[in-house]
Design a binder for this molecule. Structure first.
Ligand SMILES: Cc1cc2nc3c(=O)[nH]c(=O)nc-3n(C[C@H](O)[C@H](O)[C@H](O)COP(=O)(O)OP(=O)(O)OC[C@H]3O[C@@H](n4cnc5c(N)ncnc54)[C@H](O)[C@@H]3O)c2cc1C
Length: 309
C-alpha cells in the first residue's frame, strides 16, 4: 500500500483534520465531484437525472460511529422517510446503511431494532436495504445482523470485502441462505494479518468470490450479486464469465459510486448491463471523502487544481 494511501486513510479518522477540512472552501468544492449535495433532496434529484439513462440507484446518508442513541434514532427516522419518499417518487432506489449509524457501538439491541424497522418498511414497500461493511472489527457483528435480517426478509443485502482473507469463508457460509451480497475490494486501512496487502491478490480474490456467487448452486431464491467496482477490466472479465456461463440476468447487477467513472457508467448502461449507482449525501462526509481520495491518489491533483480555482 502506498504511503500516500496510508496517510489518507489514517487522516480519515483524525478529528482535528476533519474539523479544519470541512470548513475549507476548496475542499468543499472538490467534494462536489463525488456527492451531488448534503441533503436528501440533492440525492433524489441526482437519482432522477440518472433514471433516463437506465441507471438505478442506492441512497446512503454519510455518517458513522455515533455518540448518542438520539442520533441513531434520527438516522433511522431519516431512512424511514427516505423509503417513503422513494416510493412516492417512483424511483428504483435502494438504501444502504452502516450498522454504526444505527447504534451498533452504543447498544447492539437498539441497532437490531432500528434495522428491523428499516427492513420491515422496505419489505412492505417492495424496496431493499443494503448493509455496508465497515472496518474489520465490525465484520462478525455485521454478519450476525445480516443473518438475523435475512431470516425475516430477502429484501436485505450485505457488503463483503475482497481484501479480507476471511471473506471466502464468509461467502461460503452465506451461499445456503440465498444471500444478496455486494462484493467490494474494501476501503479501510487494514493490517496485513487480516487483509491482502497487494492489489493483485485483492483483484484475484474479487474475481474468485464473484464467480463463486455466480455458480449455479449459489442461485437460491433471494440470491443476488452486486459487482461493485470501478475496475473496468475486472468488470469486463466478469461480464465475459457471465456471458460464457449463461448466468441469468436476475442473478447480478453492477454497482458504482456516484461521480466515479461517469463515462463508463453511461457506456455500461447503454450496453444493457444492469447498473446501480450509490449516491452519498449528508454533512458528515470527511472520512468517506478521504477514503475516496485514498482509492485513487491521482484524485489529489484534482483537489490541488480545485485549490487554485
Ligand atoms: C456500490 C459500492 C458500494 C461500496 N460499499 C462499500 C462498503 O460497504 N465497504 C467498503 O469497505 N467499501 C465499499 N465500497 C468501496 C470499495 O471497497 C472500494 O474502495 C472502491 O470501490 C474502489 O475500488 P474499485 O473496486 O473501484 O477498484 P480500484 O482498483 O481501487 O479502482 C479501479 C479504477 O477505478 C477508478 N477509481 C476507483 N476509485 C476511484 C476514486 N475514488 N476516484 C476516481 N477514480 C476511482 C480508477 O480509475 C481506478 O484505477 C463500495 C464501492 C461501491 C462501488
Amino acid at each position: 500500500m502506498s504511503l500516500l494511501r496510508k496517510a489518507l486513510l489514517a487522516g480519515s479518522t483524525n478529528p482535528w483534520l476533519r474539523e479544519r477540512a470541512t470548513n475549507t472552501a476548496f475542499v468543499r468544492r472538490s467534494v462536489a465531484r463525488f456527492m451531488p449535495g448534503e441533503q436528501i433532496d440533492d440525492a433524489l434529484r441526482a437519482a432522477a437525472a440518472l433514471k433516463p439513462q437506465g441507471i438505478t440507484t442506492i441512497l446512503t446518508k454519510l455518517g458513522e460511529n455515533l455518540t448518542g442513541v438520539d442520533e441513531a434514532e434520527q438516522v433511522t427516522r431519516h431512512y424511514l422517510d427516505v423509503l417513503d419518499r422513494v416510493e412516492a417518487s417512483g424511483l428504483d432506489a435502494h438504501i444502504s446503511i452502516k450498522p454504526t449509524q444505527l447504534g451498533l457501538d452504543l447498544d447492539r439491541a437498539l441497532c437490531e431494532r432500528n434495522l428491523d424497522r428499516l427492513i420491515e418498511r422496505a419489505d412492505a414497500l417492495g424496496n431493499f436495504v443494503w448493509i455496508d461493511m465497515e472496518s474489520s472489527p465490525y465484520v462478525d457483528r455485521t454478519l450476525e445482523l445480516y443473518r438475523r435480517s435475512r431470516a425475516k426478509t430477502a429484501r436485505v443485502g450485505i457488503a463483503l470485502q475482497a481484501y479480507l482473507y476471511r471473506t471466502e469463508k464468509d461467502v461460503e457460509s452465506l451461499v445456503p441462505l440465498g444471500a444478496a451480497i455486494r462484493i467490494v475490494k474494501g476501503a479501510y486501512l487494514e493490517p496485513s494479518d487480516v487483509a491482502f496487502p497487494k492489489k493483485a491478490d485483492v483483484d484475484a480474490n474479487y474475481f474468485k468470490l464473484c464467480t463463486r456467487l455466480l455458480a449455479p448452486d449459489a442461485g437460491k431464491p433471494g440470491a443476488l450479486l452486486h459487482i461493485a467496482t470501478h475496475d473496468i477490466p475486472l468488470a469486463d472479465r466478469l461480464a465475459a464469465y457471465i456471458h460464457d456461463h449463461r448466468v441469468p440476468a436476475s442473478a447480478y447487477e453492477f454497482a458504482m459510486l456516484y461521480g466515479i467513472q461517469r463515462g463508463q457508467q453511461v457506456r455500461l448502461a447503454g450496453e444493457g448491463r444492469r447498473l446501480r449507482v450509490l449516491i452519498s449525501y449528508g454533512e458528515y462526509w470527511f472520512p468517506w471523502y478521504m477514503r475516496r481520495l485514498a482509492e485513487r491518489p491521482a484524485n489529489m491533483w484534482f483537489v490541488v487544481r480545485t485549490m487554485f480555482g
